[in-house]
Write a new protein. Structure first.
Ligand code: SF4
Length: 304
């Protein structure tokens, strides 16, 4: 059985792919052993909420089933990008994005799009305490985090590129079918609510048409940003890194990441020189991972 079927998933999240880059085995074990959100994850989410409120463009539409939720997400992305383009200045946050790559649905949410030099710049925010961030800088672990986050940004940019070239109607049908939404219906009231916000849209077909047009009319910068934000102060940016879009590299990387989902191959763990990742991994501490490169003694050592 293919991994995507084994895990009963109808789509893959960009955050799944990012975790896979960090450690594929960790991703697999986290799907098989769902964990409650940690304190640091909760703090990270609340920082993102504060940032979102600061530049919020609310989309107040009620969705009553999964199909309407999908279309609400797509309308939200379309509308936020359009408002930003019309303003020609500032930022919007939390932009949902879907793409079909190698016949698999990929879903994600871009943290921020900012208008700069007539282009949209994709920004990804990571939250860390100052102390942890400084220790990452001092011992060089920052390189592994940046590697993961650089790929994450490149995946978003690649998804946008892939949407620019599609036929909206066939993409919509394909998406519905892969997400098993074809049998669900969309209420007239839902379309009316969208139409009230944007009178140009009077059907789902029109929504896709306008969305793809919008993506094609605006330039997305090849330069993107990763911001490390102080988790105790959402206004304090600890560091900002520029990332350049490398389409050739991300294509190869995506192919190898998606190969895991499309086959029944075993998940790979980290290499010997990345064994330090295991020491902060919950599946190492709980002795669940059987392929950690750490020695057996380390498994039950002082860091437990
Ligand atoms: S213990 Fe190491 S190899 Fe195993 S899942 Fe965690 S990070 Fe990956």
């Amino acid at each position: 059985m293919l991994n995507i079927e084994r895990f009963k998933k109808d789509h893959i999240n960009v955050t799944d792919l990012a975790m896979q880059i960090w450690c594929e085995k960790q991703l697999e074990l986290s799907i098989m052993n769902p964990q409650e959100a940690t304190e640091s994850m909760k703090i990270g989410r609340s920082v993102h909420l504060v940032l979102e409120k600061a530049v919020s463009i609310p989309v107040n539409i009620k969705a009553t089933n999964r199909k309407e939720q999908l279309y609400k997400s797509i309308f939200t992305a379309y509308y936020r990008i359009k408002v930003l383009k019309d303003r020609g200045i500032g930022s919007v946050r939390e932009i949902p994005i879907y793409a079909i790559i190698d016949d698999l649905v990929i879903a994600g949410k871009i943290d921020q799009l900012s208008f700069f030099n007539n282009e949209l710049v994709i920004v990804e925010d990571k939250t860390k305490s100052t102390e942890i961030f400084n220790s990452m800088l001092n011992d060089g672990r920052i390189a592994a985090y940046l590697n993961r986050d650089t790929y994450q940004l490149n995946i978003y940019r690649y998804m946008i590129d892939s949407l620019k070239r599609i036929d909206g109607e066939s993409f919509m049908n394909n998406l519905e079918s892969k997400l098993r939404l074809s049998s669900l219906s969309v209420r007239e009231r839902f379309i009316e609510d969208i139409n009230r916000i944007d009178p140009r849209i009077d059907s789902i077909k029109q929504l896709f048409k306008e969305f793809i047009n919008e993506l094609n009319e605006i330039r997305f910068s090849d330069r993107m940003s990763i911001r490390y934000i102080d988790r105790n102060d959402s206004e304090s940016v600890l560091e900002r890194y520029d990332v350049i879009y490398r389409r050739d590299r991300i294509e190869d990387k995506l192919r190898s990441l998606l190969e895991y989902w499309k086959t029944d191959r075993e998940a790979k763990g980290v290499s010997e020189n990345e064994a330090w990742k295991c020491k902060s991994c919950i599946f190492y501490r709980r002795a669940i991972c059987n392929i950690t490169p750490l020695k057996r003694n380390d498994l039950y050592g002082s860091s437990r």
